[in-house]
Ligand binder design. Structure first.
Ligand SMILES: Nc1nc2c(ncn2[C@@H]2O[C@H](COP(=O)(O)OP(=O)(O)OP(=O)(O)O)[C@@H](O)[C@H]2O)c(=O)[nH]1
Ligand SMILES: C=C(OP(=O)(O)O)C(=O)O
Length: 212
């Protein structure tokens, strides 16, 4: 079964505020973009994904992610993350109405295509399913079968919100790369330990050189 994914990317200048003690205002946009590029490149590399739509209003992110092969959908004005996702799902379903859809966070720089494939194969067993993040309080992926509404409740405490909404929690071993989102310096170290993609590796190297 081939999936359509929607990946939300906030305006880069405002992204990753919780990384401000690790990366200052001048370099954080580059780091956030590197995470998104490595996430989308890995997602497009797997056999289970047919289509990735990035929902963003950021021109640079849109340009660089489109160059990887993603489609770019504009944000729903003033709506925030969940409105942007619902809007992007409607856009991808207009193109591929019979495909299952999943929202995937853009901050998974260690993402492995094989692990994402396994998560999607398991998600395909349910009308709606989600994968909790590494911290076990949030969500990195929320999936909906063809014809089902996604009903995203991303944000603080989204694991509980998705569970309460009736989505099935996927309990899978060995999918750490799909769960390891990066919000803090400690998360970034954990992602580096798993092994990040080339754009994040380069951005982190630039960060370390700038600090010397
Ligand atoms: N398109 C879009 N994406 C968003 C929006 N808000 C958040 N996102 C994305 O949704 C995911 C989770 O976002 P947040 O945790 O709110 O923000 P963040 O930039 O990752 O981190 P913080 O600034 O530290 O909260 C990331 O992939 C963001 O880029 C929005 O309003 N529109
Ligand atoms: C929006 C979410 O992710 P983050 O950890 O980036 O806040 C979430 O977990 O619902």
């Amino acid at each position: 079964m081939q999936w359509s994914l929607v990946v939300p990317v906030k305006t880069l200048a405002r992204a990753k505020s919780r990384l401000s003690d690790t990366a200052d205002d001048a370099v954080r946009p580059d780091l956030a973009l590197a995470f998104a590029l490595d996430t989308v490149a890995a997602a497009l590399a797997g056999p289970a994904v047919a289509d990735v739509a990035v929902v963003t209003d950021d021109p640079r992110a849109g340009r660089e992610l489109a160059a990887l092969g993603a489609r770019v959908v504009a944000d729903e004005p003033g709506g925030g993350l969940n409105a942007a996702l619902a809007h992007a799902v409607a856009a991808v379903r207009a193109v591929r109405p019979h495909a299952p859809v999943a929202a995937l966070n853009a901050d998974l720089p260690a993402l492995r295509p094989t692990e994402l494939t396994r998560v999607l194969e398991n998600a395909a067993e349910f009308p709606r399913a989600f994968l909790p993040d590494a911290a076990a309080t949030g969500t990195t992926l929320l999936a909906a079968a063809p014809g089902r509404e996604l009903r995203p409740f991303f944000g603080p405490g989204s694991r509980r919100a998705h569970r309460t909404s009736g989505a099935v929690e996927l309990r899978l071993a060995a999918v750490d790369s799909v769960r390891q989102d990066v919000d803090t310096g400690a998360d970034l170290r954990a992602a580096l330990a798993l092994g990040v993609g080339p754009r994040t590796a380069a951005a982190v190297a630039r960060l370390l050189i700038a600090e010397q």
